[in-house]
Design a protein around this ligand. Structure first.
Ligand code: SF4
Length: 462
C-alpha cells in the first residue's frame, strides 16, 4: 500500500554526516525537461554517490532508478508513462530494484503516478531532494512511499553534487516563480520565488573555482527579480546586476552565463554589469514566446512587442557582439494567421542566434489548458511551426556564416560524441565549434572558423 508520510526532519547537515550504506550498488538517472531538472539530477547523483553508489548506463544494471520528470515539454506525460512501462518489465526480472519518480510531474500528479504505475517505490516532489536517501531506505524497509511537500526544504545547491562536466557548473540562485504565464505550470510545481543569499552563492562559486571549475551558469526562473524577497529591516535588497559582478570577479572563474532573464524585468543595470564584468559572456537568452501583442496579453507575459524590442535594442547597444537566443510557442490558443505573421516579423527583425521553438501543449492545471474553444487545429500549427523553423534555421546559418574567417576564444568540452577525433568547444557567445584534435575538457584555445553549418561551426586552432 502506498502512503503519504512526512518523515522526521533530518537536516541537510545530518544527511551529509550519514555513512555510506550502499557501497557497490549502482544507480541510473533519467532526466526529462529543463536545466533546472538537470541541475536537480546532479544533486540526486551527488547524494546517491555519497551513499556509496556508482552510476551505471541503463535500467537493467541499476539497483536504484531515479526518473526526474517534467510537465512542460510536449508529450512529457506519454514519455513518462512509456518509460515507467519499460521499467516495469525490468523490475519484474529484478524486483530488488528501487524505482524513484521525482520532479515536476511527481510534484503535481503524485496520485496519478501511483494510480497508473503502482510499481513505483518512491514518489517525491521538487522541494525535498535532500530526503531521497531516507525515502529509498523507507521504501526498502516498509514499502512504497509518497512524500511531496509544498515548502522548499533545502536549496538544491546546498546538497552534494556529481557534475557531468568537471570544468563547468550550474549554481542555483533562486527557485520558484512569482509570474502567472498562462501556459506555464512552474509556479504551481516549483512554488513562489525564493532567492538564495548572495554570500552563499559567492562562497559556492569560490569553492567551485578552487575545484577547477572555470565556467558558471547561474540558474533561476526569472533571474532579473533575484533578491527581491531578501530585503531585511528596510535595507535595500540585493540585485542581480550586483550578483553578476561579484560572481564574475571570483578568481579562476573565466566565464559566467545565466538563465533565464525575463524581458519584462530586464534592466540597464544588468546589461551594464554584463559588459563591465569581463567574465560575463556576451550571451543573452531572452524568451519572446510570441510577436503578437494580443497573444502576449493572453499569455500574461507582462510586455508587448515594442517593450521587448526596446529592451533588446538597449542590451545590444550596451553589449557589443551580443548573441541572443529565445523561446517561441507556436499555436497558443487563439493565435491567428496575423498573430503568427507578427511572430515571424519579430524573428526576422531580432535575428536571434538560436530559437527554442515549442508547439503549444495544454498542461493540465494551467489557465491556457482551459481555453479549449480557442485551440488551434493541429495541421495549422504544424504548418506554422515548419515556417518558423525554416526562418530561424536560415537566420542561424547566416549568422554562423558571418563568423567564418574570424578567430574566437573557445572552451573545450572534450571529444565530440559523434566524432571522437574532433573536440567539441564553445565560444563565449555559446556557438558550438568542432575542432580537430584532442583538447581536454576545460582547456581554452583560439579557434579560426573555417566553415559554418546550420547548427555548428568548424574551426582550426591558431
Ligand atoms: S516567467 Fe512565466 S514561463 Fe517563466 S517560469 Fe515563471 S510563469 Fe513560467
Amino acid at each position: 500500500m502506498s502512503q503519504t508520510v512526512l518523515l522526521p526532519e533530518p537536516t541537510v547537515r545530518e544527511q551529509l554526516r550519514r555513512l555510506p550504506t550502499r557501497v557497490g550498488k549502482k544507480y541510473f538517472i533519467r532526466t526529462f525537461g529543463c536545466q533546472m531538472n538537470d541541475h536537480d539530477s546532479e544533486r540526486i547523483a551527488g547524494l546517491l554517490e555519497q551513499d556509496g553508489m556508482t552510476a551505471t548506463d541503463g535500467y537493467e544494471s541499476a539497483d536504484v532508478v531515479y526518473i526526474n520528470t517534467c510537465t512542460i515539454r510536449e508529450n512529457a506525460d506519454n514519455r513518462l508513462y512509456g518509460n515507467l512501462g519499460m521499467i516495469k518489465a525490468v523490475k519484474d526480472i529484478n524486483p530488488e530494484m528501487t524505482l524513484v519518480v521525482g520532479g515536476c510531474a511527481a510534484q503535481k500528479d503524485r496520485d496519478l503516478i501511483r494510480e497508473r504505475a503502482p510499481w513505483v517505490d518512491v514518489v517525491m516532489g521538487t522541494h525535498n531532494l535532500d530526503r531521497v536517501l531516507d525515502l529509498i531506505d523507507h521504501a526498502e524497509d516498509w514499502g512504497p512511499i509518497t512524500e511531496v511537500v509544498d515548502e522548499l526544504q533545502a536549496m538544491p545547491s546546498s546538497l552534494p553534487v556529481r557534475r557531468e562536466l568537471q570544468h563547468s557548473a550550474w549554481v542555483t540562485i533562486q527557485v520558484g516563480c512569482n509570474n502567472t504565464c498562462t501556459f506555464c505550470i512552474v509556479p504551481s510545481v516549483r512554488g513562489v520565488e525564493i532567492s538564495r543569499r548572495p554570500g552563499d552563492i559567492v562562497r559556492e562559486v569560490e569553492r567551485l573555482a578552487k575545484d577547477g571549475v572555470v565556467e558558471i551558469t547561474l540558474l533561476g526562473q526569472n533571474v532579473d527579480t533575484y533578491g527581491r524577497d531578501l530585503a531585511i529591516d528596510g535595507k535595500r535588497s540585493p540585485i542581480f546586476g550586483e550578483l553578476l559582478r561579484r560572481v564574475g570577479s571570483v578568481e579562476g572563474v573565466e566565464r559566467v552565463r545565466f538563465t533565464s532573464p525575463h524581458p519584462n524585468d530586464f534592466r540597464e543595470d544588468v546589461a551594464l554589469a554584463m559588459v563591465e564584468t569581463e567574465a560575463v559572456c556576451e550571451q543573452l537568452h531572452f524568451p519572446l514566446q510570441s510577436g503578437s501583442d494580443r497573444v502576449l496579453r493572453a499569455m500574461h507575459r507582462g510586455y508587448n512587442r515594442r517593450k521587448y524590442m526596446d529592451r533588446l535594442a538597449m542590451a545590444r547597444e550596451i553589449i557589443p557582439g551580443l548573441a541572443v537566443s529565445t523561446d517561441i510557442i507556436v499555436g497558443f490558443p487563439g493565435e491567428s494567421d496575423e498573430d503568427f505573421d507578427l511572430t515571424i516579423e519579430v524573428v526576422e527583425e531580432a535575428r536571434f542566434s538560436q530559437a527554442f521553438t515549442f508547439i503549444f501543449s495544454a498542461r493540465p492545471g494551467t489557465a491556457a489548458a482551459l481555453m479549449t474553444d480557442a485551440f488551434v487545429p493541429d495541421e495549422v500549427i504544424r504548418e506554422r511551426f515548419a515556417r518558423l523553423v525554416e526562418t530561424q534555421n536560415r537566420i542561424t546559418r547566416e549568422l554562423n556564416e558571418e563568423m567564418v574567417g574570424s578567430t574566437f576564444e573557445v572552451l573545450s568540452e572534450g571529444p565530440s560524441k559523434k566524432r571522437p577525433e574532433m573536440a567539441t568547444t564553445r565560444t563565449r557567445t555559446g556557438n558550438l565549434v568542432h575542432i580537430e584534435g584532442d583538447y581536454s575538457p576545460g582547456a581554452f584555445l583560439d579557434a579560426h572558423i573555417v566553415s559554418a553549418a546550420p547548427h555548428h561551426l568548424v574551426g582550426i586552432p591558431v
